[in-house]
Write a protein of this length. Sequence first.
Length: 542
Amino acid sequence: MNSPSSKEFALPDALRASYYAAGYWRSEDLWTSFEAIAAKHSHATAFIEGDRSITFGELATQAERFGRAARARGLQDGDVLIVHGRHSIEAVVAILGCAYAKLVVALLPHMFSVEQIQGVIDSTNAKAIVGVGEPVEIDRTRAAAAAMRLATIVVPDGMTGTGLESELAWSKFLSYGDQASTPRTAMSADDLILLIFSSGTTGAPKGVMHSSNTARFAAETYGRTQGIGPADVNLVVTAFGFVGSSVLGVYLSFLCGCRTVLLRNWSVEEALALIERRRVTHFLLMPTHAIDILSSPKLDQTDCSSVSRGVVAGVSEAHRLDARRRLCARPVPMYGMSESPGHVTGLMEDDWENLRTTEGRCLPGAEILICDADDQPVPVGEQGAILVRGPNRFLGYHGAVEPNRASLTAQGYFRTGDLGVMDADGYLTFVGRSKDIIRRGGLTILPSDVEAALRAHPRISDVAVIGLPDPRLGERACACVITRDRQDISLAEITQFLERTAFPRYMWPEHVALCESFPRTPSLKVQKNELRKHVLEQQPDT
């Protein structure tokens, strides 16, 4: 269970050895690294959620108690425990408790449907689940876990009473950790410890696998490039379960000793209030968060002078300049993904002028190749496919041999599906995507999944889903539809159908375009770029 799904996709031995030799990877596991931080800063505040907080010493005690409770409930080395919901101190305790107990923690964002959660339980053979969301999300946690007959379902205190024998309140579950336990033994730093599901599909979403070494390198190296340490206050606004909030958010406190403020639900007003009240010094903003803040009339009334630097990812040069003028002294870009967290960003020594239009440079130890269709490098300054590798590269997709084979090269590079240009100084410019995906406010939507769901609609003959530009979210999904009766079909009719089929709400189209036919290649593949141009011409205000 602890190893990647196939050894053929592991990094080459010589490359692995070089990571250890350079100190990028270490033999100690994640819990051991955290213990050193906790011992040094025992009385310092580690996390703040609302009016609650927990110190590093308290966190170490509670995480050990959680880990012992999981062991007492029958979980063993390498078993998967799911945490589903939103940011909370309990979620942090559970994540770290899994590291103590040598378990694999699988993080599921709050928007995952019952069917998606069931798919993850089935594909990972998860043994327990912890719900840390709002009541409606706890209901989904409970329903999925009960349907899959999980032996342990943990919900917040005061939310039990369903009659499920396997359901435990948080405090009751932790009490199992008070039982006697044998001393902990370390796990291999190369074993699977974290599963991230960056975007869901129907059935079983793919799990991105990380070890103590890959996650620790990403967090620690990103922390060093940003100069993050115990004196810093880090604000986490990205949704729970994503790489930006976990490896590049929560793990910064685990491994760099900073204080982390958790925002449970995105609110631009609350984010600005926290920046001022908590004297935030660093944050990581996705495009939607950045644009919301820069568009808020309250920004210029907020004291943001404490924010010395922060990531403002995926925005235009104009937004970067505005952020530098009004939000933080040094807004830096970032290019990365769940498979290779924080791979490219602005280093502290970079000249600001080089960061105005590029995504920055690789983390020390990480690499990028710009290649042609045959994975052969193209000359500097030419556009090509972006391939990445490094000590932060994931272990592979969990239980997915074919996706691994398609995305990982024999030399250890990950084919991102993105297009870019690298200049002579190593600065990357992101150009676009070669994969058919839609990025909506940091969420990934796979058009093929939406198309498969809509083809079951009795009135739809054919459908192609495209992304339309949106100034705040980046893109919104549009369903281009050919109806059987050649009559109009409304967005409401489409969404009502998807709701009846329990298709995940965050993947629903937000526009619909009636078409008589689709532009196609000679092999009959839909030419989505041409289709997008046609829709935009017909709907100029979309």
